[in-house]
Ligand binder design. Structure first.
Ligand code: FAD
Length: 377
């Protein structure tokens, strides 16, 4: 019998496998596709990490711990997983990201500069935001390389004895009598604890959550900038901008991949992850080109690539990290609502705490299941 079985080896599941194995637990981590894969939520070469967390102040201590753990992982894996570029949050003075980022900077004494639109363009010439825009630059922001993070977590977990099994889909599970039975397409496994990190498929593996967590189709676009020097890692911070044409986020060119942009909640398409349209189409590009033309015109060069991906949205856009009511041997981490990757390292630590100790020193009250009216059988 394993100490823990993990369902889903994406961003969160690979981190949980690493932390559990590091603490000496016997682990079986099951993934229906490859590790990593480009069918869930954790592909596309880059994910923003930022300290000036405007969504809720409870995230700041967690992201601080996440930075520490990413740096530790980098040292252990001997790979550059985290690239610091600084981060820009921009919007009108009353935009939620500006109000929230200002208050996070004040509450946690985060170094930052507040810039108006001309000062922003002077400092970072790739940015051309409307005159009434305010920008907050936070020097610790940057991006993670998600596929490499997953590979590092999974490889180091394996190095400590974890069994990481790609291409073995979990079909069902049942808890009771102090253990959990997991049935896969290949057979049956038994463990003391079960961790569900199935990303957009959480509703399929945990049906009571299906009405609460909404998988949403997203699209990312990479372009070849017209002025490449304005979009390099050294000259262009990652961004989240709340603009009249929509909220956009993006990244400098790195490793030859070009400037990358996405529109947060892209075209508001709630989908079934098994049947979603994974092709990227003209109408997808149109939405993203509008953001480039209006706010980053020097990046408006030829298309290099497009990729679709999935958010898993909770109604309040806060995470779900908890033990199941009535099933203390089963934990779930899901509903990361388009902003979870930066936290994978610390979520892995939290999941190991919940599975091995029954609780965690981290404050995860915001992520409780009890905030939703979910009836568990
Ligand atoms: C386009 C896009 C941009 C984003 N930008 C950012 C960003 O800049 N910063 C940030 O912090 N976050 C960002 N996010 C969000 C972040 O990437 C996600 O919150 C995070 O990747 C979620 O990880 P996960 O482990 O929950 O899901 P996943 O990585 O998808 O892992 C779930 C895994 O479970 C597997 N699985 C499912 N069902 C089964 C089963 N029955 N049996 C076995 N395996 C199963 C899946 O195949 C998958 O590999 C972005 C997301 C997208 C889509």
């Amino acid at each position: 019998m394993y100490d823990a079985i993990i369902v889903g080896v994406g961003g969160m599941g690979s981190a949980a496998a690493y932390h559990l194995a590091a603490r000496g637990a016997t682990v079986l981590a099951l993934e229906r596709f490859d590790v990593p894969n480009d069918l869930g939520s954790s592909h596309g070469l880059s994910r923003i990490i930022r300290l000036a967390y405007w969504e809720h102040p409870a995230y700041v201590p967690l992201v601080r711990r996440a930075y520490e753990l990413w740096q530790r992982l980098e040292a252990e894996a001997r790979e550059r997983l985290l690239v610091v570029t600084g981060s820009i949050d921009a919007g009108r003075p009353d935009s939620p990201n500006i109000v929230g980022a200002r208050s996070a900077c004040a509450a946690f004494a985060l170094p930052h500069d507040e810039l108006d639109a001309p000062a922003l363009t002077k400092r970072f010439p790739g940015y051309r935001l409307p005159q009434d825009t305010v920008a907050i630059f936070q020097p610790d922001g940057g991006f993670l390389r998600p596929e490499m993070c997953i590979t590092a977590h999974a490889a180091l977990a394996r190095g400590r004895g974890a069994h990481v099994r790609p291409r073995e889909r979990v079909v069902s599970w049942a808890a009771g009598g102090g253990h959990v039975r997991v049935r896969t397409e290949a057979g049956e496994h038994v463990a003391r604890k079960l961790i569900l990190t199935a990303g957009p498929w959480t509703g399929a593996i945990l049906p009571p959550l299906a009405p609460t967590l909404a998988p949403e189709r997203q699209v990312m676009l990479w372009t070849e900038p017209l002025r490449p020097e304005r979009f390099e890692v050294e000259s262009f911070p990652v961004f989240y901008i709340d603009m009249p044409a929509g909220p956009f986020y993006g990244f400098p060119s790195h490793d030859g991949h070009g400037f990358k942009i996405g529109r947060y909640h892209h075209r508001h398409e709630i989908v079934n992850p098994d049947s979603m349209d994974r092709e990227c189409r003209e109408e997808d590009e149109r939405v993203l080109r509008e953001g480039i033309r209006r706010y980053f015109p020097d990046a408006d060069g030829p298309t290099l690539a497009m990729k679709s991906c999935l958010f898993t949205n909770a109604p309040d856009e806060h995470f779900v990290i908890d033990r199941l009511p009535g099933e203390p041997d089963v934990c779930v981490a899901a509903g990361f609502s388009g902003h979870g990757f930066k936290f994978c390292s610390v979520v892995g630590e939290i999941l190991a705490d919940l599975a091995l100790d029954g609780g965690t020193r981290h404050d995860i009250a915001l992520f409780r299941l009890a905030r939703f009216p979910i009836a568990f059988p």
